[in-house]
Design a protein around this ligand. Structure first.
Ligand code: HEM
Length: 203
């Protein structure tokens, strides 16, 4: 999100409304969302949901572009309607898929960690810091470790976009990459945040 109105191509009203709703999001999330739909269903469904969503961008995303976050919400709603699956479940599936894609695009973020929990702790401390250098206009969530030992970890997720279902899917996808079986329970953090309790299976 661009906080400096002088850098914004819109007027003050639009700038304020952008702050109110929280935002823009990097194109990589959109291009991967459409790839996820194409691979999980087919290309026709991609065309269908773009058409149904009346997007300002027209759905022609590039990975380095920046788009209104509400577009992914519209695409998700259209996908949910057509597949008759709940939005949260679809977002979690997408998160799982996205973690696999990130491990291909950014293998160095995965190989520098020996364990899943070390990887998850590095999201806030390292990964999203590096992502911010790569995409200075990215608006990233915060993801703090509250407690961690060998078999369990709890983390607090906070974002104006409230994409906790995506975060949960990303955690499961990362676990799959590290060969771990986990269970993730999400609970209300009380102040707009969400707390994830992550347990390795069998513990
Ligand atoms: C190699 C690993 C990762 C990379 C390269 C990466 C990169 C990114 C990028 C580029 C965005 C879009 C930001 C924007 O549009 O402004 C994003 C958003 C996000 N990331 Fe990461 N990420 C990684 C791993 C993870 C993991 C494992 C989680 C698990 C919690 C996570 C949680 C999120 C969430 C939930 C968002 C959506 C935006 C929001 O919640 O406000 N990321 N990430």
């Amino acid at each position: 999100m661009q906080l400096n109105p002088s850098r914004n191509r819109f007027g003050l009203k639009e700038w304020l409304s952008e702050i109110a709703v929280g935002v823009s999001m990097k194109g990589v999330v959109f291009t991967e969302f459409l790839a996820f739909v194409s691979e999980s269903w087919d290309e026709d469904l991609v065309d269908d949901i773009i058409e149904a969503s009346a997007l300002e961008s027209g759905g022609a995303y590039t990975s380095v572009g920046t788009y209104d976050h509400r577009e992914i919400v519209s695409l998700l709603e259209a996908l949910s309607f057509r597949t008759e699956q709940p939005k949260d479940a679809l977002m979690r599936q997408f998160g799982f898929y996205l973690a696999g894609r990130f491990s291909v695009f950014f293998p160095q973020f995965f190989t520098r960690c020996d364990t899943l929990f070390a990887f998850l702790a590095s999201i806030d401390d390292y990964i999203h810091v590096e992502v911010k250098k790569l995409y200075p206009d990215a608006e990233l969530p915060s993801f703090d470790v509250l407690q961690s030992d060998e078999t369990q970890m709890s983390m607090r997720y906070r974002s104006s976009r409230k994409m906790e279902a995506l975060a949960q899917g990303l955690i499961y996808g990362a676990a799959h990459h590290f060969g771990c079986t986990i269970h993730v329970a999400a609970s209300d953090g009380g102040d707009g945040s969400v707390i994830f309790a992550i347990n390795e299976a069998g513990s």
